[in-house]
Design a protein around this ligand. Sequence first.
Ligand SMILES: [Zn+2]
Ligand SMILES: [Zn+2]
Length: 187
Amino acid sequence: MAEPTFRYHPDPLATGSAVPTEHVCSVCGVRQQIRYQGPVYGRQPDSLCLHCIHSGAASLALSVSGGGDGDSDMAAMFSDAVDVPDDVPLSVVEEITRRTPGFAGWQQETWLYHCGDGAAFLGPAGYRELEAHPEALTMLREDRRRHGWAPADIEQFLRGLDRTGEPTAYLFRCLHCNTSLASWDIS
Ligand SMILES: [Zn+2]
Ligand SMILES: [Zn+2]
């Protein structure tokens, strides 16, 4: 069976959110070749395939019921929804948080949005990776400036970003205008 494709997470193997490992998925019970490695904000499955994320079966099976209140059906499952711009449809937020593989960071990670849509997650990044994406570096620089950081401190911070150590940046690309975007975190 061909692996599903995700609009907002085009290559979960490249980002480290999935690994090629034969396993029996806890949700569908089928022997699968790709195993999800990212976070689950619900009941923890022993093993989860990408098909079950894509179909929504994983969200339904792993949701922690809020005792019948309707909101629990929209609860984030694989990534968090924080600071979602007003022009992003709820259906997009639902697809990203409940039917798209998430990614592990130092904290509970949230998606980035641009041009009224979710952006595509390209993976964790350090300064070296970000150098190829000057718009993403500018975004991080301006965010730190708004927090009142001095220019020298900002440059030192940017150069300290590390793909595997911390702090880590998370690189996205807008699906409409192609701008590179980045967030970052630290434990
Ligand atoms: Zn499955
Ligand atoms: Zn855009």
